[in-house]
Ligand binder design. Structure first.
Ligand SMILES: *Cc1c(COP(=O)(O)O)cnc(C)c1O
Length: 452
């Protein structure tokens, strides 16, 4: 069967087999004989095409996509502008290595990053391929620029899976188990987690508590950088209490430590602004971006104050594939779509729909402890009724029930009990409404004790 594009396929949710279907199950068997066990898949339906908010599998099922490939395809999957830009670039040249002979696309992406990231100071960028690489290089910059070693991270943080970034990542199982030792001079402080922090604690108080411990244990003058996600992603879509981020930023400035915002998941319109730091008027010294930047092509970046970035000696940055020309073409096309179609505005409309419907659901289901998030990055934390005890198995049952009905969403969070809503920013309203109808059915069914 030939499929020219996702746009030739069903434009709505449709489940025609059990999930996963027979062809996917067959492929899954083949996979088990070839692919390492350490690589998981949340829903092993094998995809053959995908578009703006839909995933089509090889069994003829169509899922509403509330995952965007983990927050990557904000502009849509196989977005026409991205496809055209990639086709154009691929037929010109696919790779030279910017370190060998440069090309314009790399420069143009860095110009866009200077324009779009918070703050109007002079900036420089360096491009890489993965998010982890961007965070790792941001730490290198911070150490080179400050001459200090200590790196401070938050509880519930996720920064990647290389050895350094695993050290920065909070959660042991499954991310870190068996993979140590990790690099020294990483210090973890409590995050602001309003749902679980003492009632009435302000963001500023939460930050003071964390920073006072840091001053005692490490000394502010030894800190090269505080690396944080403005909205914790993998940790559970946790929005810090207002005032937390500004107080950390103020402290960094006081001690000459750099504030590194890991905006890999929260950047590029995801939260209803170009970058989530903007919601609190925070201007980070360095910004790491990736995921949403290039519509599915692997590209990441570190952007920061010119004098900080240029503290790294010539030749100190690099990598064979960093800023690959095809990925740069995809990024320029994606950024063009975000501007032209105001995808930050689209994310704010998605937020309205999601928060409205999910808070209504919360009023009817005691298991919903909190509905939170910004833009198209919304989490629903599930608990045992009347407590704040996490209910991860309930989250699994809800998600499984959604999958069986053709709605693809995942769980997230340190306790595995948060439903994560991360749709493409271009998802049609009708698909979002339909997915939420299905979710309501699933809550009703699971609450009634039905099987997933
Ligand atoms: C996904 C993610 C990373 C790691 O990105 P990779 O491309 O998987 O290496 C780092 N930080 C945050 C906040 C992320 O969400």
């Amino acid at each position: 069967m030939t499929v020219n594009s996702a746009h030739d396929l069903a434009g709505r949710r449709e489940v025609v087999t059990e999930v996963p279907g027979p062809r996917s199950r067959q492929l899954q068997e083949r996979r088990h004989r070839a692919v390492a066990r350490g690589v998981g898949s949340a829903l092993p339906v094998y995809v053959r095409a995908a578009g703006a908010g839909l995933l089509h599998d090889i069994d003829g099922n169509t899922f509403v996509d509330l995952c965007s490939g983990l927050g990557v395809t904000g502009v849509g999957n196989a977005a026409p502008d991205v496809v055209a830009a990639v086709r154009g670039q691929v037929s010109e040249f696919t790779h030279t290595c910017f370190l060998a002979t440069p090309y314009e696309g790399y420069v143009a992406v860095c110009e866009e990053l200077a324009d779009l990231t918070p703050g109007d100071h002079e900036k420089r960028s360096a491009l890489f391929s993965t998010g982890a690489e961007a965070v790792e290089n941001a730490v290198k910059v911070a150490r080179a620029a400050t001459g200090r070693a200590a790196v401070v991270v938050l509880d519930h943080a996720y920064h990647g899976r290389t050895n350094l970034t695993l050290g920065l990542t909070a959660r042991n199982n499954p991310f870190k188990q068996g993979f140590g030792p990790f690099t020294p001079e990483i210090h973890r402080i409590p995050a602001s987690y309003p749902f679980r922090d003492p009632a009435g604690q302000t963001g500023e108080q939460a930050a003071r508590r964390s920073l006072e411990a840091l001053e005692r244990q490490v000394g502010g003058e030894n800190v090269a950088a505080v690396v944080l996600e403005p909205i914790l992603g993998e940790g559970g879509f946790i929005v810090p209490a207002p005032g937390f981020l500004p107080e950390i930023a103020r402290w960094c400035a006081e001690y000459g430590a750099l504030l590194v915002a890991d905006e890999i998941q929260s950047g590029f319109c995801r939260t209803g602004a170009w970058f989530a730091s903007e919601h609190e008027g925070v201007v980070p010294d360095l910004v790491a971006s990736a995921k949403g930047i290039a519509g599915g092509l692997p590209l990441s970046a570190v952007t920061g104050r010119a004098e900080i970035m240029d503290a790294v000696q010539a030749g100190g940055f690099g990598g064979t594939y960093g800023g690959n020309p095809v990925a740069c073409a995809a990024a320029l096309a994606s950024i063009g779509v975000m501007r032209r179609d105001d995808l930050a505005g689209a994310a704010r409309r998605i937020e309205q729909t999601l928060l409205g419907r999910l808070k209504d659901l919360q009023s009817r289901h005691e298991v919903i402890g909190e509905v939170r998030g910004r833009g198209a990055m919304i989490g629903v934390e599930l608990v045992r009724p009347g407590t704040d005890e996490p209910a991860p198995e309930l989250a699994q049952r809800i998600v499984a029930a959604c999958h069986a009905r053709g709605v693809f969403l995942l769980t997230v969070g340190t306790y595995g009990n948060v439903l994560r809503f991360l749709p493409p920013l271009v998802i049609p309203q009708g698909l979002l409404d339909d997915a939420l109808d299905v979710l309501e059915e699933c809550f009703a069914q699971v609450a009634a004790g039905g099987a997933g």
